[in-house]
Design a protein. Structure first.
Length: 262
C-alpha cells in the first residue's frame, strides 16, 4: 500500500472512531432517562398521606352501606383506631385490599368494585388518625403493596398491645403452677393464629433464644406436661403488663426441640 493510500485509510479509521464515540456518547446520555422509568416505586407508609379527604368521605358512605351492619354492631371485629394498627401492623395495604375484595361483604364476598374497597380503606385510614394527602389511593395491588402500616416513628417498633404475635422460648412451670415461656425472643407480628407449616417451623427452630418471659393464658390442658422443658414456638395475643411479666393469650403452641438450651 503506498503512502497516499495508507494516509487515506488512516484518516478513514479516525473518522469512523470519532463517529462511534459520538454514537456511544448519545446512547449513554439516553440511558439515565430510560433507567429512571424502571426505578421501583419508593416505599411509603400510612403516615405519608396516601389518600384524599374526598376519597375518605366517599369511603365512609360505602362503609356505612356495606360494612357497618357487622363491624359497628359487635358482630364483626372493629376496624379503626388501635384495632387497625393491631390487625395490619408491619403489613402493607394490599393485605386489607385483598382480604376485602375476596371476603367482604360477608353475605356477598367480592361483589363490590375495586374502587369501593380502596375508598373504604381510605375511610379506615382517616378514622384511624393517618393523614390525608393530595392523591387518591388507587385500586392497584402493586402500589398498595408498597405502602406499609407502621408506627409514626417508622418500622422496627414493638408489636402493638393486643396484637397477634409469635415468639420462641422455653416452656416452664413456675412454683405457683403457672405456665411461663422463658428465654423468649422479642415478639414479632404473626399473620395467622393457627399452627405454622413445617418449613416455617424450621426457620423458628433456628432462632436464638432471648431474655423475655411471658405468662401463658388459655393454655390447652391436654399435653402441656409432655412439652415441659421443650423449645417451643407460641402464637397469641400479647397483653403487656407494667412491672411484671407480659401475658400471651395463646392460639397455637408447637414444639421445636424436646430440650431447651440453658
Amino acid at each position: 500500500m503506498n503512502i497516499v493510500k495508507r494516509n487515506r485509510f488512516s484518516a478513514l479509521l479516525i473518522a469512523l472512531a470519532i463517529l462511534v464515540a459520538i454514537v456511544d456518547g448519545f446512547s449513554a446520555a439516553s440511558v439515565p432517562a430510560a433507567a429512571s422509568q424502571d426505578t421501583p416505586k419508593q416505599r411509603k407508609t400510612v403516615w405519608d398521606g396516601v389518600y384524599t379527604k374526598d376519597q375518605a368521605t366517599r369511603g365512609k358512605g360505602e362503609y356505612d352501606d356495606n360494612c357497618a351492619g357487622c363491624h359497628s354492631t359487635g358482630e364483626g371485629p372493629p376496624l379503626v383506631g388501635d384495632a387497625f394498627m393491631r390487625r395490619w401492623f408491619e403489613d402493607n395495604l394490599n393485605a386489607p385490599f385483598t382480604k376485602m375484595r375476596t371476603q367482604m361483604p360477608l353475605d356477598a364476598p367480592g361483589t363490590l368494585p375495586d374502587q369501593v374497597y380502596v375508598d373504604v380503606i381510605s375511610f379506615l385510614l382517616a378514622a384511624s388518625g393517618f393523614p390525608a394527602g393530595a392523591d387518591e389511593l388507587p385500586p392497584n395491588p402493586e402500589l398498595l403493596a408498597s405502602i406499609f402500616v407502621v408506627e409514626k416513628e417508622g418500622p422496627g417498633g414493638p408489636a402493638p398491645n393486643f396484637s397477634l404475635v409469635q415468639v420462641v422460648g422455653c416452656l416452664t412451670q413456675s412454683a405457683d403452677k403457672s405456665w411461663i415461656l422463658t428465654n423468649s425472643t422479642e415478639p414479632v407480628r404473626a399473620r395467622e393464629s393457627g399452627d405454622s407449616n413445617p418449613a416455617d417451623l424450621k426457620i423458628a427452630e433456628a432462632r436464638a433464644l432471648g431474655s423475655q418471659a411471658f405468662r401463658l393464658l388459655d393454655f390447652p390442658v391436654l399435653g402441656r406436661e409432655t412439652r415441659k422443658g421443650h423449645k417451643v414456638q407460641a402464637k397469641g395475643y400479647i397483653i403487656r403488663q407494667p412491672n411484671t411479666d407480659d401475658r400471651l393469650n395463646l392460639t397455637s403452641l408447637q414444639t421445636l426441640a424436646e430440650s431447651c438450651p440453658q
